[in-house]
Design a binder for this molecule. Structure first.
Ligand code: AMP
Ligand code: ZN
Length: 125
């Protein structure tokens, strides 16, 4: 647990969340600001700040996050139509909460690519 981490506080039930699933490794809850008809997050119980901080020993947990996403998408009824899982990393990735989380977005068709022309970063930067 990291003292100032929002998602550690949600894991510890210090801050409420609209939970969908929980086990000893992960918690899934609805995103407070949904960007699709279905938008929930899957987070590990273990505090891991960013994708860059995932260690070899965390590989099973990260796989379990993805599997949990797929099981919940099926339970919620949008797995066959399709959905997107996203894990943002650091500033360019758009990360705002520094405890890794898998976004699961579904319920309507999505576009690609996920950035705007004006935000494109020149290759040399
Ligand atoms: P990211 O920008 O990838 O770090 O995603 C953080 C996500 O956490 C955003 O989609 C927020 O809407 C979501 N979020 C922030 N606070 C809460 C909260 N208390 N409960 C549920 N979702 C939250
Ligand atoms: Zn945390």
């Amino acid at each position: 647990m990291s003292a100032d981490c929002l998602f550690c506080k949600i894991n510890a039930k210090e801050i409420p969340a609209d939970a969908l699933y929980e086990d000893d490794q992960v918690l899934a809850f609805r995103d407070i600001s949904p960007q699709a008809p279905h938008h929930f997050l899957v987070i590990p119980k273990k505090h891991i700040s960013t994708i860059n901080d995932i260690a070899e020993e965390d590989c099973q947990i990260v796989g379990h996050m993805q599997l949990t996403a797929a099981k919940l998408a099926k339970q919620l009824g949008f797995s066959q139509q399709g959905y997107r899982t996203v894990m943002n990393c650091n500033q360019h990735g758009g990360q705002t909460v520094y405890h890794i989380h898998l976004h699961v977005l579904g319920g309507k068709p999505m576009g690609w690519p996920p950035y705007q022309e004006t935000l494109k970063t020149p290759i040399e930067q």
